[in-house]
Design a protein around this ligand. Structure first.
Ligand code: KG4
Ligand code: ZN
Length: 334
């Protein structure tokens, strides 16, 4: 079964074809980052309009790269939420129309389920991680620990009470004068910082539980930055201490979650999963415990069509699909 996946929940237009026999056949991504940069954040109306402009050409390109005609599509998967309503409607409208014209099934996919399953797209020397496992979802909008008992069966173990980890990266970058979207740039800067020059707390690790809170850390950074000489070195040193605090906190809670769930397989997904220090730290933790950790390739940590094609293919294969209505859920619990 060849499934076309469409992702338009925020500021990336992502398209891919996943074949349940052959794996990922092709994927393409168009990022709107440059479009929104001058506003310091995503402008929803501009995002929707750009998805309208880019989606059909990207579908054409992806099919071409997969060596397919449009009639070869066996099903269409699209992100139906959570996300920006106008942006979601572009993907849902195109996906449902295409499926209807081809007389093929279409399936609504939860964006975070897409992220969660993205690590399973990778070739892994140990084989594809099989449930039960623990998933750490760390994106700009979410920070969650989830027990995956089976594909489609998810239990929330803990989540952030305020800012998501990616959001904390972005806001911290912004308050030290880095351009939008600051998270990856802050991480790059942290590599030039001196270890130990600053130290920030590991929020909520000194009491039991699997929830997170990152907004206090942002305030700590603000005070440290205000009181520093605001040099490039100070910025890098603070970035380093901030990154270490976030990464340590995530690693401590991941280890607790593995213990709570009684398993030794961790998968990590979402934009912050691209963070090199986080990957190293979790790999070291897994090695020490004799367990394993899987990440998507960095390009599939952030939003992409491949994860939606894959999650949709699993659901379509299981015989699921919705009615023909173009429905989206800007807020949607997984
Ligand atoms: O999953 P994603 O592409 O979009 C959401 O659904 O939110 O994640 C984007 C988030 C942003 O907050 C971005 O700053 C963060 O992931 N991010 C990173 C890195 N790369 C992306 N944060 C820390 N280190 C990185 N290398
Ligand atoms: Zn995302």
């Amino acid at each position: 079964m060849k499934v076309l996946g469409i992702e338009t929940s925020c500021d990336e237009t992502g398209v891919a074809v996943y074949d349940t026999r052959e794996g990922l056949l092709a994927h393409a991504l168009y990022s709107q980052i440059a479009l929104h940069a001058e506003y310091g954040g995503v402008v929803p109306e501009l995002a929707s309009r750009d998805h309208v402009r880019k989606l059909l050409p990207l579908i054409r390109q992806t099919l071409y790269e997969a060596g397919m005609a449009v009639a070869d599509i066996d099903g269409v998967a699209y992100t139906a939420g959570p996300g920006l309503v106008g942006a979601l409607l572009v993907g849902a409208g195109v996906a449902r129309s295409l499926a209807w014209a081809l007389d093929k099934p279409a399936i609504a996919v939860h964006h975070m389920e897409g992220h969660l399953l993205a690590p399973l797209l990778e070739d892994d020397p140990l084989g594809r991680p099989e449930p039960p496992f623990v998933a750490l979802l760390v994106s700009g909008g979410h920070t969650q620990l989830i027990a995956v008992d089976a594909i489609g069966s998810y239990r929330l173990l803990g989540e952030t009470l305020d800012d998501a980890a990616g959001e904390a990266f972005d806001k911290t970058a912004k308050l030290m004068g880095l351009p939008y979207p600051g998270g990856p740039q802050l991480a790059a800067l942290a590599g030039q910082g001196v270890a130990g020059a600053y130290r920030f707390p590991r929020p909520m690790t000194n009491r039991p539980g699997l929830d997170f809170s990152f907004s206090g850390l942002k305030t700590q950074v603000m005070l440290a930055w205000r009181d520093s000489d605001q040099s490039d070195q100070a910025r890098a040193d603070i970035a380093r201490a901030f990154e270490e605090a976030v990464v340590d906190t995530l690693a401590i809670k991941c280890e607790r979650a593995l213990e709570a769930a009684g398993c030794e397989t961790l998968v990590v997904a979402g934009g912050v999963g691209a963070n090199v220090r986080l990957r190293e730290k979790l790999q070291a933790m897994a090695a020490r415990r004799g367990g394993r950790v899987s990440f998507p390739r960095p390009a599939f940590c952030t939003d992409n069509g491949a994860m939606i094609a894959f999650a949709g293919a699993l659901r379509l294969q299981a015989g699921q699909h919705g009615d023909a209505s173009v429905q989206v859920w800007p807020r949607w619990d997984m």
